[in-house]
Structure formats: structure tokens, C-alpha cells
Ligand binder design. Structure first.
Ligand SMILES: Cc1ncc(COP(=O)(O)O)c(C=O)c1O
Length: 382
């Protein structure tokens, strides 16, 4: 008799990113779908990881991360966020942001708790909340501008609400939360004594609208865990390295889970990243590069008489699809086959498969790829 089991994630299938990438490959399509950069990491970073491997950094790192990297993160926070976090007690290196988010949710959310998820939401949030045994409660940002309505949001808070998951800058919709949005979130967190788990992996990719980390809110110290990823910043998503920052008591609890999820992360890569973080000029250059790419993409659509609302941050741009078209999943499939371009439909970012008839394009690609992708899409969209 086969082993019988009850799935902890019955509604979870293969992620849309894997599905669209496989389709793109099968149809030799331009892949504007999965969100990874087409460019190499900084050369110095690659050279330095080689050196550290040759020097023998091939065994376990400390569970909380190499001290040199935690110190480098603390200095970066001081320069960019004007906040001081203790590398000994308040910063932990993780195997990517996904692991850090999972650890944070597992550490603080349990059966009987509710966790507020703001949609459209990154796909790892709901499974992590469910595995923790908590109940996800969803707030949908209304399109087309995805503005935050604190009044509506507050209606979802109950005595069971334990945490809010906030992604800023936001994948997939490219929203950068305004200071006034964030002030309202601060108010809500303090009023209801909540935990705020902030996914700030695109912290260095924002454009006209300034990015404000929740770590810069002094009154929220003790309420915030901020999670970031080196992959987005240094074009090395495959290294799966990130970190979490929180006040010491929260961090101590976070570390209990982290130590039994991965224990520690790739040692030589941590040493190399510690050196890389000293180069503060990288971040401005990164922002300028992505601003230019976003503009290339928008201009390419404009030359084909299609006006897009520019993304405020991340390396994603939304594109509307005809409202009378197929569902967005089928439409995205049609685009791969007929236009030879893979994109990501938005409905998988909603728990109820809500379909706002929007597609996400990744512009972390060469200018030529972006122009050709836009040309093909416009031809098929008509
Ligand atoms: C919003 C968001 N959070 C987290 C992640 C995962 O980051 P990492 O690859 O460091 O786990 C991604 C990756 O696409 C993302 O877009």
C-alpha cells in the first residue's frame, strides 16, 4: 500500500516562473519572464570569491554569518539608512531572502495567528505562513495605481493579527511605498502591537519615488524584521545569499529557526561579498543602469504607440493586456508561442487567482533584448 499523506500545501503547484521559463526555452522565446539579471556580477566579486576558495574558505561559516560580512552590512545600513545595528546581535546572513522570510515567519507566527499579506504578493509568503500553521489574510492593492488605502487595510485587522508582510519596492507591480503610506503602516503596527516583516530585496532599485526602509523608523525598533538579498543588487541570484536585520531580542529568536533551516551559508561567497560591500559607488551605478533600462523599454513601447505607466522600482514593468482577451495565464502562453516572448501573468500573485489583466516584464536584460521584446509584443498585441 502506498504511503498516504495530507499535503501541507495542497493548492501549491509548480511556480509560474519555472513554468514560463520552461515554455520560453521550448519555444526559443525572449525571456522577459523570470526575474534574474542578464548581466554578470562585479568582476572584483568574482575574482575575490575565487581567491577565497583557493585560500581554503571551504568549510561551514558561523551560523549567523561571517563577522566581516555582518560588519559590512552594518556599515552599509549606517551610510544608506542612517541607522546603527549591532553586527553581533542584530544581523544574520541567510541563504537568500526566501530563507530569511521563512525563518521570520516560522519564528513568530503559529496556529491561531493571522498574517496580513498585501497583494499582488511574492509567491513564497503564503506557503511560509501556511507551513507555520498561521492563517494568511489578504489585502489587495487596487490597480491601476496600487495605492494603499489604510482605511480598507485596517478592516482586516483582528485580535488574532500577529504580523504584516510588506514588500517595498514591490514585486511584481513596481510600487515604491510613499513616506505617507509607510507612516500609516507604522501607526497600525504600533497601535496593534504587531510584527512587521519587510521584504526589501529591491532596496537599491528605485527611481523617481524615494525608497524608505522601515529600519529607519526608530519607534518601530522591536517590531521590524527587514530582509534583503545580495542577488538583486550584485547580479548573483544563483548564490542565494541574503540577510535579516532586527533588534536583538527578535533576532535571537529568528536565529533559533535559521540555525535549523540551513545552519549557515556559502562561506567564500560571504567573504567576497564583505569586500564588495565596501564599494558604495556600486549602488548609484545600479540604479542609473536600471533607470536607463526601464526607459529603454518604455520608449520601445512608445515607438509602437503604446504608453506604459513607468515602474517606480524593482526591475519589473507592467504591461496591460486586452481586457477582452483570454485569462492572463492563457494569454501569456499565447505570447510565448505567437510573439516569441515570455512574460509573467499577474494572477499567480493573488491567492484567489484574481486576474487584473496585467503582465510583468523583467527589464534586467540587454537593451537589444528589451527593444526586440517590445517590438514582438506590440506586433502581437496589435
Ligand atoms: C519580492 C522578492 N522577495 C524575495 C525574493 C527572493 O530572494 P532570494 O533569491 O534572495 O531568496 C525575490 C526574488 O525574486 C523577490 O522578488
Amino acid at each position: 500500500m502506498p504511503f498516504t499523506f495530507q499535503s501541507r500545501l495542497p493548492a501549491t503547484g509548480t511556480s509560474i516562473f519555472s513554468t514560463m521559463s520552461a515554455l520560453a526555452k521550448a519555444h526559443q522565446a525572449i525571456n522577459l519572464g523570470q526575474g534574474f539579471p542578464e548581466f554578470d556580477p562585479p568582476k572584483a566579486l568574482i575574482d575575490s570569491i575565487h581567491e577565497y576558495l583557493k585560500k581554503g574558505l571551504n568549510q561551514y561559516a558561523p551560523s549567523i554569518g561571517l563577522l566581516s560580512l555582518r560588519e559590512a552590512i552594518a556599515s552599509k545600513l549606517e551610510v544608506f539608512n542612517k541607522t546603527r545595528f549591532d553586527p553581533e546581535q542584530e544581523i544574520t546572513v541567510t541563504s537568500g531572502a526566501t530563507e530569511a522570510l521563512f525563518d521570520a515567519i516560522l519564528a513568530f507566527c503559529k496556529q491561531g495567528d493571522e498574517v496580513l499579506i498585501i497583494e499582488p504578493a511574492y509567491d513564497s509568503y503564503t506557503p511560509a505562513v501556511l507551513i507555520a500553521g498561521a492563517r494568511p489574510v489578504y489585502y489587495r492593492l487596487p490597480e491601476p495605481d496600487f495605492h494603499f488605502d489604510a482605511w480598507e487595510f485596517r478592516k482586516l485587522i483582528s485580535p488574532k493579527t500577529k504580523a504584516i508582510l510588506l514588500n517595498n519596492p514591490m514585486n511584481p507591480c513596481g510600487k515604491v511605498w510613499t513616506k505617507s503610506d509607510l507612516d500609516q503602516i507604522e501607526q497600525i503596527v504600533l497601535e496593534h502591537n504587531l510584527l512587521l516583516i519587510c521584504d526589501e530585496v529591491y532596496e537599491h532599485i528605485y527611481f523617481e519615488q524615494a525608497f524608505n526602509s522601515m529600519l529607519t523608523y526608530p519607534r518601530l525598533k522591536g517590531h521590524v524584521i527587514s530582509v534583503s538579498s545580495f542577488g538583486k543588487t550584485f547580479n548573483n541570484t544563483g548564490w542565494k545569499l541574503g540577510y535579516a536585520v532586527a533588534e536583538a531580542a527578535l533576532m535571537a529568536e529568528f536565529r533559533k529557526v535559521h540555525q535549523f533551516v540551513t545552519f549557515s551559508s556559502f562561506t567564500a561567497a560571504q567573504a567576497a561579498l564583505a569586500d564588495q560591500l565596501a564599494d558604495h559607488s556600486w549602488y548609484d551605478a545600479l540604479r542609473s543602469m536600471y533607470l536607463s533600462k526601464r526607459n529603454v523599454l518604455i520608449e520601445a513601447f512608445r515607438t509602437h504607440d503604446r504608453e506604459l505607466k513607468p515602474s517606480e522600482g524593482t526591475y519589473f514593468q507592467l504591461l496591460g493586456m486586452p481586457s477582452n482577451a483570454l485569462g492572463d495565464l492563457e494569454f501569456a502562453e499565447k505570447l510565448v508561442k505567437e510573439a516569441g516572448v515570455a512574460v509573467i501573468p499577474l494572477s499567480p500573485f493573488y491567492h484567489d487567482a484574481y486576474d487584473p489583466k496585467l503582465l510583468r516584464l523583467c527589464f534586467a536584460k540587454s537593451d537589444d533584448t528589451l527593444k526586440e521584446g517590445a517590438r514582438r509584443l506590440c506586433q502581437t498585441l496589435g
